[in-house]
Design a binder for this molecule. Structure first.
Ligand SMILES: O=C(O)c1ccccc1N[C@@H]1O[C@H](COP(=O)(O)O)[C@@H](O)[C@H]1O
Length: 225
């Protein structure tokens, strides 16, 4: 399976097109008012439409959103997947999957081995997991803080766990992250920004290039060339 790559927190067409041109598989839009990356459904709709045209899956990122907020997002944006980045229960995930008929990626903060035990009740309920760093104390944001965690903790995950690795990824550390965790997907936001919420097309290109180079190096090493 090829590595899935989500560029998250997009709010401009330039940045979206840098992501689609560079080989991203998913484009994330943040519907969380406290975030510097916050977009309204009306702002995200044309970006998501262009992503779809380019074969890239739009992802709606929400934090404990209620049904009326999600209804508006789903209707305007037509996401391919919902990312739930709050304290949504397994029952809430079941309800949302039934209500919208969309796959759900449930986010978890990881800082110690026991954090991975919290995935258990969601196994077979959420379609995949997003494994992010624990937010720094005092942060208003449950994600998008640009901090990473000890990727070696992920050795404990059962083989085949569907997840995206996130938290503090950037062009300089992505090769190491892939080597240590070997995730099926990756997700980046702050690491491709020139300032909080300001996506930088050159940094998006550099990140995607670094991913491609790291994958090529890993393939070469695997065949012993
Ligand atoms: O990015 C945000 O502002 C955000 C707000 C609320 C929930 C999730 C958010 N972002 C998610 O966190 C990951 C990791 O971000 P970073 O690369 O460490 O900055 C990001 O990709 C989003 O999925």
């Amino acid at each position: 399976m090829s590595l899935e790559i989500k560029i998250c927190g997009l709010s401009t067409m330039d940045a979206l097109l840098a992501a689609t041109a560079g080989g991203a598989s998913h484009a994330g839009f943040i519907f969380f008012a406290k975030s510097p990356r916050h977009v309204t459904p009306e702002m995200a709709a044309p970006l998501a439409a262009r992503a779809r045209e380019k074969g890239v899956q739009p992802v709606a990122v929400t934090v404990d959103a209620d049904d009326s907020k999600l209804d508006a997002i789903v209707e305007a944006v037509q996401p391919a997947m919902l990312q739930l980045h709050g304290a949504e229960s397994p029952g809430r995930v079941v309800d949302l999957k039934a209500r919208y008929g969309l796959p759900v990626m449930k986010a978890f903060a990881v800082s110690v081995p026991a954090d991975l035990d919290r995935l258990g009740p969601y196994a077979g309920v959420a379609d995949r997991f997003l494994l992010d760093a624990r937010p720094p104390r005092g942060s208003d944001l449950p994600g998008g803080n640009g901090v990473s965690f000890d990727w070696s903790l992920l050795e404990r995950l059962p083989a085949g766990t569907p997840y995206m690795l996130s938290g503090g990824l950037n062009a300089d550390n992505i090769a190491e992250a892939l080597a240590i965790a070997d995730p099926p997907g990756i997700d980046v936001s702050s690491g491709v920004e020139s300032g909080p919420g300001v996506k930088d097309s050159a940094l998006i290109e550099a990140f995607l290039l670094a991913v491609a180079e790291a994958q090529e190096d890993r393939r070469t090493a695997a065949v012993g060339v």
